[in-house]
Write a protein that binds this ligand. Structure first.
Ligand code: THU
Length: 132
């Protein structure tokens, strides 16, 4: 699914609302059941209210009844493909089991990694269940 997800994320990027940063990001997630959902970053005049493309795509999937994602693509125009931010890493971790991540730029350069590499020793639901 790598190629298809990157293509979907590239298309979704065109819908980004990023008038403040001018940094458009597109994303596409593949759910465990085989469905694809896309997203783009959506900024706001109150900057802190902005949402990254990855979380838009993920939340679309979860809110449509999907419970887990297995792959995600992130596409930007950066010279070097860029990785999901810290907040997105934490949110992606909640809904995946060693998620595969494809970070790509518009020239077709792709860096492949996993959520466990980007967010080692994560704080998770299990930690909350471990309390004394
Ligand atoms: N952004 C994303 O959508 N995903 C990332 O992985 C990094 C950052 C957005 C947030 C903001 O709209 C813009 O890029 C600049 O930070």
């Amino acid at each position: 699914m790598k190629k298809e997800l990157i293509e979907e994320a590239t298309k979704a990027r065109e819908k980004a609302y990023a008038p403040y940063s001018n940094f458009k990001v597109g994303s596409a997630v593949l759910t465990k059941s085989g469905k694809v959902f896309t997203g783009a970053n959506i900024e706001n005049a109150s900057y802190g209210a902005s949402v990254c493309a990855e979380r838009v795509a993920l939340f679309k999937a979860i809110s449509e009844g999907e419970t887990e994602i297995v792959e995600i693509a992130v596409v930007t125009c950066a010279e070097e493909p860029t990785m999901p931010c810290g907040i997105c890493r934490q949110v992606l971790k909640e809904f995946s089991e060693n998620l595969k991540i494809y970070a790509a730029n518009l020239e077709g350069k792709v860096i492949e990694t996993t959520i466990d590499r980007l967010l080692p020793m994560a704080f998770t639901r299990e930690d909350l269940e471990n309390k004394k």
